[in-house]
Design a protein. Sequence first.
Lengths: 317, 307
Amino acid sequence: MSGTSDPSGEGAVLVTGICGRLGRRVARVLHRKRRVIGVDRRPFPDRPADVEHHQVDLRSTRVRELFRGGVTALVHLGVMHDPRRDSGENLVWNVTAAKALLECAEHFGLKKVVLLSSANVYGPRPDNPQLLDEEAPLLGAGSFGAIRDLVELDMSFQAFFWKQPAIETVILRPTHILGTVRNAPSNYLRLPMAPTLLGFDPMIQAIHQEDVVAALERSLQPGARGIYNLAGPPPVALSRALELLGRPTVPVPHGIAKMGVERLFRWRVTSFPAPELDFIRFVCMIDDSRARRDLGYAPRHGLVATLSAVDDERWLG
Amino acid sequence: MDAKVSLARLADVAVGRGLPFLKRVASKVQRAADQVSERLLGADFEDRIQSLSRRYELQGGDPFGFDPDAVRQAALPSAFFHRAYFRTEVFDIDRVPTGRVMLVANHSGQIPIDAAILGCALFFDANPPRMTRAMVDKWTATLPFVSTFFSRMGQVVGLPENARRLLEREEALLVFPEGMRGISKPFRDRYQLQEFGSGFMRLAIATGTPIVPVGVVGAEEQYVSFGSLSWAARTFGVPVFPLVPQLVVPGGALPLPTKYRIFFGEPMSFAGDPDDAPRVSDKVYLVKQAIQHILRRGLAQRQGVFR
């Protein structure tokens, strides 16, 4: 394993959840610069030849072996959030996996640990400040239980940040990531007809998936450490975003929408859990001036490019 | 047969004479409506909207959701109340600086019409036009339509973080330090400033924002309240339950057409430690005195509540 080429001399980066749509993009960008080792239970079909991939569970002891091969950085993307699975099971899996990874990071003296968290940890709330900074409390799980896992992970990486001053820990909290990814906001914008909540039209932010990858790359540079919000182009009203995408909308009163989505979710007609509705009801926007100042991050994609990214490779899967 | 002929004649007359007549009437009505709206909005209304749009476009839009185009739609009813109903007279509005500023005013009138008319003054009468950004209660964010309307009209949820961010963006922030105590005050307490909060002063010091004391004369008589029923307020779970007899009179739901006079005072600047509580409350007192002085002068000047 140690025989694999390492052009930069920086050591290898271990990427979890590498087979997701975002993970594969990260791999394609990183493998040009340094050795990339991927860990995911899923297969990696069109994998670049120099990316190692190990199809194992993050909790297995084999992961520990992988760290021996000159790994100096960890990028944790493998956070499981399947709303169909039992939430307790999800939490146990996510927390155990993160704990094992952080133990390895400490034991093998990594230089860098990066977690891709999300601005969802702040949660959409009526009493939110219009733009939240990194010090805002993580209240996302207050109304949406499934966010609990992410809040928990974010917290454990924060604890790691303080406990391990020798390791540069970075937590990225991007706003709604748009692109070919299969997350709730992208799926929502891909709906042929978008339901909105009657009388509610919050300001929203979105970030292009490639801008997230670029920020991840920047966070791997030596010296970068800390918590960073990542917002894309300037915010717009939800109605304006849907108008730019040319989506017809159906306004539904909130009470009816909540009841309807709950039913449809239970009958497996929709993949949106009802608490997601708060994201099109209240504001959950972030201030990313810290990332712009410290990481030199700036979104390369404008508003229209970011929004229409959800339609890229639409029929290719 | 005859009936058919006469019907046809009638149709001829209707098309030949009636239609042009109706068209003339319609166009006259249209012209009259245009004239009224132009007189209310002012000839430079489009320029004012354009000037606002440019200001926000340069900043890459307003993150709080303010939309100059939405102002266009709300402008006519607002202008009606500002120019025709309350016949607002504005004094010394050129004292409002163009950058960040805090407008600190007396609050009254049971419903915040004073905030709306102050907003009108800064939009219709100031050069360049400004949008006043006022703070609204948090629970309005949970109300459909209301939340969207406030956001598009530039009003923001009342949080210190939001206020600070607005000032850092060089906005004109409207503050009523009396808060609920002021707006719900009974008629007998008109033009007597209630206790001031000190949050605005701490923020003004921390952000280096000049304070313009503002006296609004006329709003305190628009709804005559005999006081608040505390037990009724408790029962209905509302902050105040004012006794306003005019509400039971048909048409009394509209405020009384008092004459509004808005006086802008000299800008005041404050420095020091925003956390030094006793010093901060001294400074708050200075602002309160300034507003009380403006009000006293304004009241002495006027000949009547409706004139």
